[in-house]
Design a protein around this ligand. Sequence first.
Ligand SMILES: O=C(O)[C@@H](CO)OP(=O)(O)O
Length: 282
Amino acid sequence: MFAVSRSSFLLATRVKTLRSFAAVQAADKHTLVLVRHGESTWNLENKFTGWYDCPLSPKGHEEVIEAGQLIKKEGIKADIAFTSLLQRAIRSMWHVMEQTDLMWIPVKKAWELNERHYGALQGLDKQETVDKYGKDQVLVWRRSYDVPPPTVDKTSEHHPANDPRYNGFDFPDEFTESLATTLERVVPFWNKEIVPELKAGKTVMVAAHGNSLRALVKHLDGIDESEISELNIPTGTPLVYELDEDFKPIPQDGAIAPLQGRYLGDQDAIRARIEGVKNQTK
Ligand SMILES: O=C(O)[C@@H](CO)OP(=O)(O)O
C-alpha cells in the first residue's frame, strides 16, 4: 500500500528541485516598502516634532489609507512590518496593513526607527524659529548632515529619560540628534533586524519618519552628504525598492533621483508634497 512507483518518486524529486530553484531565484531579489507616516497634528501646526508623540491629523489618516490602497493595487504583500515607537508611524502602519488585508502579519516596533530627536527645538514653531534665528541657521539644523540642534537635558519633558517607553535604554544627559547620529542607530538596526528578514525571502514594510527614512535611503542609495541635504521625503507616500542579492537597490523606472526606489501614486502630487516639506521653513 505504501509502495511508490519509480516514476512518481522521480516526479516528486523534480518538483522539489524546481521549488528550491524558485526559492533561490526569489531570494536573489527582495522587495522593501518604505512609508513616511501621514501628516501629523504637529506637521499641520508646523512645529518641530522629533520624538514628541503627536497623532495623525485627519488629512494624515487619509494619506496613509490611500498609501495602503496603492500598495494593494500594486499587488505587494508584506510578510513582516517594522515601525517606530511613535503613534504617527504605528497608526500609519496599521492603516496600510488594514488596506492590504494584512493585519495579521508580525509588527516589530523599535526606537531605532524613531524620527531624529530635535533636541531643544522640539515643540517650537518652525516659522517663529526662522524669524528668531534666521533661515540659514534653521536650514543647518534641519538639513545639515552632522550639525545637531541644541540639546535638551534631563529636566526637559522632551528628554527620553522622562518617557517610560525608553526605560532600559541609555541616552546621553545632554541629548539631540543630527542626521549623522540618526544614521548611527538606523543602519545597525537595518543590518541586524531587517536584512535577515529580507534574506529569508520576506517582503518587508517599514513605516517611519522623514529623517529616519532619509538616514536609511542615504545608506541604501549611497547618497553623499551634500546631496542628502536636498532630499525631502513626502508624508504618506509608499516608496518601493527592489534590492539585489547584496541588498543594493535595483534602479526602478520613474524613480526620482537620487532615490532608486519609486514612489507609488500621482507623481505631480508627490513632487508637490516634497516641495511642501522643503518649504516649511521658507
Ligand atoms: O519636525 C520633525 O520632526 C521633522 C519631520 O516632521 O521635521 P523636518 O522636516 O523639519 O526635519
